[in-house]
Design a binder for this molecule. Structure first.
Ligand code: ATP
Length: 250
């Protein structure tokens, strides 16, 4: 079932058109990967899905993006609620300079949860959900900046999970990580799709092929091809997709 539906979407940064006539259905409980060469609009599109581009001066969007059929750009749409429902994990792990516990409790606290026992439960559940509980459970008061990059990224995923999102947007979540941490995040993402809808930008085509159900190939602001990942990689319909996935350009 479609969780996010995008119709005829265009986006401009002042007078530069970064996205052109995007149409896409992102299904619930699937992993959708965005691939394409640098500067083709993948991150811009990802950020449009929880209105992170609202913060960019000169950014203008036309068209329609719906979450569970509701227009997220409607003037009365609650953006704070949108960002709770559609969480985000960034390319470089960015834990807050505070304890592991406080990183995870931060979101729930801003949503008004104060009770210690409830927060303890959320912290444990989120860290377990991000497959890092065993590594940090005896060290929850440790500063989150004093753990490895791979652990920091799983803390950031746990922080996103703590507010119980429905969708997780991940912008190249493993590009700053070593192969072992990358493998852990890939396994984790596959486990998470039972409960969440996941949209992931990746520069790593093997990663897209390994973890995603659907793949969209972007080129100069357009989606050239969108479909089942196995089809995109083994039998692309468009010559440009074929050239890209076979490493002939990009
Ligand atoms: N804040 C901004 N203001 C103006 N132009 C921007 C802004 N952010 C991105 N762009 C431009 O929009 C285009 C798409 O950028 P975007 O970051 O979405 O591409 P990308 O495919 O994610 O690239 P990469 O893989 O390198 O991260 C690029 O030409 C970029 O220079």
């Amino acid at each position: 079932m479609s969780k996010i539906t995008v119709n005829n979407m265009n986006l401009w940064y002042t007078d530069f058109q970064a996205l052109k006539n995007i149409n896409m259905e992102i299904n619930e409980h699937e992993i959708t990967a965005f691939i394409g060469p640098s500067g083709c609009g993948k991150s811009t599109f990802l950020k449009s899905l929880n209105r992170m581009n609202d913060l960019v001066a000169g950014c203008r969007i036309e068209g329609d993006i719906r979450l569970d059929q509701e227009d997220i750009y409607a003037s009365d749409y609650d953006v704070n609620m949108l960002r709770k429902r559609v969480g985000m994990v960034f390319q470089h792990p960015n834990p807050f300079p505070m304890s592991i516990y406080d990183n995870i409790a931060y979101g729930p606290r801003t949503h008004g949860i104060k009770d210690k026992k409830t927060l303890d439960e959320i912290v444990e559940r989120s860290l377990k959900g991000a497959a890092i509980w065993e590594e940090v459970k005896d060290d929850l008061s440790k500063n989150a900046l004093r753990i490895s990059g791979g652990q920091q990224q799983r803390i950031c995923i746990a922080r996103a999970l703590a507010v119980e999102p429905e969708v997780l947007l991940m912008d190249e979540p493993t590009s700053a990580l070593d192969p072992i941490s990358t493998a852990k995040i890939e396994d984790l993402v596959q486990d998470l799709k039972d409960r969440y809808t996941i949209v992931m930008v990746t520069h790593n085509m093997q990663q897209a092929a390994r973890v995603s159900d659907k793949t969209a190939f972007f080129l100069t602001g357009e989606t050239i091809e969108f479909g089942e990942t196995t089809q995109i990689f083994s039998n692309p319909a468009d010559k440009r997709t074929e050239d890209y996935v076979s490493g002939r350009f990009g």
